[in-house]
Design a protein. Structure first.
Ligand code: TUI
Length: 317
């Protein structure tokens, strides 16, 4: 079995696997199941208000004693009250996305919450290490949702070389091959989103899970480059309509308005044509719905198999 990495020791988890903190997807039920399985379950607070987050945290605490996390979407209008709940509930780990969490770091560190921002560039990685964050998630543009511009393969080694703190790789990872590849690039763990969307404990519409299982390698597209907020989703009526408006030069504010409420429409209401089906490029490799614990076990077991295959390839020393 793979030895524990620095990230396992830092967080007190058994396996170096994070479940992405996806807005409207990663509820307390999913996070609890992933944490109980020995990985890190993360509640996705997205643009939800503080009382929603408090309820989800209590679900996790009622189900598992193991460490869990909360993802804070820094563009949320409720970001300050969400941070307040995190402090009050003494959440063990937070990840952040879509911005720079620098100003919140001192307060969180004071109560011992580990802070692990998502970065999509070397520049932000270096800045955040100086602020005192505990680790980083380097997320390639293969990921679903709001993304940066660099792919996982070039991003990970460049971030690893730029900082001393542990780096978690995200974007395009679905199984043990991805975990071994991430470790080879110098990362000390992986974050997976799309595969955990198809966990049994994930509360999204079953229609969305089915859509992911039917997805192929070229099923996702990026919209919103013209607004400065590129987003990767499975291609549907909404993405085509959005692209058409972008081509016709609709202004960024109007395009942003067009996107509002679409993620909920997809994930909760199961509207496959008018909703925003945020998912990563690896969707084509997700084959079935299974319990979160089985996903965690499968990733660890297939990583070990792949490692043995590589050992045979390089020969014994
Ligand atoms: O945050 C994500 N992925 C997301 S957030 C989200 S909710 C949303 N809904 C509608 C429109 C936009 C978002 C869906 N998916 N991933 C983490 C991530 N963070 N990816 C990229 C970044 C990022 C981008 C720019 C982090 C920092 C940054 O710049 C900060 C700075 O100040 O330089």
């Amino acid at each position: 079995m793979i030895k524990k990495t620095r990230i396992c020791e830092l967080l007190g988890i058994e396996y170096p696997i994070f479940q992405g903190g996806m807005a409207w997807v990663a509820t307390g039920e999913l996070a609890a199941a992933v944490s109980e399985a020995g990985a890190l379950g993360i509640i996705g607070s997205g643009q939800a208000p503080a009382d929603w987050l408090r309820r989800e945290i209590s679900k996790v605490k009622a189900t598992t004693q193991k460490p869990f996390g909360v993802n804070v979407m820094l563009m949320s209008p409720f970001v300050d009250e969400v941070m307040q709940v995190i402090l009050e509930e003494q959440v063990p780990v937070i990840t952040t996305g879509a911005g720079n969490p620098g100003k919140y770091v001192p307060g969180l560190k004071e109560i011992g919450t580990k802070v692990i921002p998502v970065v999509a560039s070397v520049a932000l990685a270096k800045r955040l290490e100086k602020v005192g964050v505990d680790a980083l998630i380097a997320e390639g543009m293969e990921s679903g949702g709001h993304i940066g511009e660099i792919s996982t393969m070039p991003l990970i080694p460049q971030v690893v070389d730029a900082v001393k703190i542990p780096v978690i790789a995200a974007g395009g990872i679905v199984d043990g091959r991805g975990l071994v590849a991430a470790l080879a690039l110098g990362a000390e763990g992986v974050q997976m989103g799309t595969r955990f969307m198809c966990a049994e404990e994930c509360m999204i519409s079953p229609l969305v899970k089915d859509k992911i299982i039917k997805a192929k390698d070229r099923s996702t597209v990026i919209t919103g480059r013209s607004t400065g907020h590129p987003v990767r989703c499975i291609d549907n009526h909404f993405t085509r309509e959005f692209e058409q408006h972008e081509k016709e030069g609709m202004d960024a504010a109007e395009l942003e308005r067009m996107g509002q409420g679409r993620l909920r429409l997809a994930m909760v209401d199961g509207d496959l044509e008018n909703g925003s089906l945020m998912a990563g490029q690896i969707a084509g490799a997700v084959k079935k719905i299974e319990p979160a614990a089985q996903i965690v076990q499968d990733v660890m077991q297939s990583a070990e198999r792949e490692y043995c295959r590589l050992t045979a390839f390089f020969g014994k020393r």
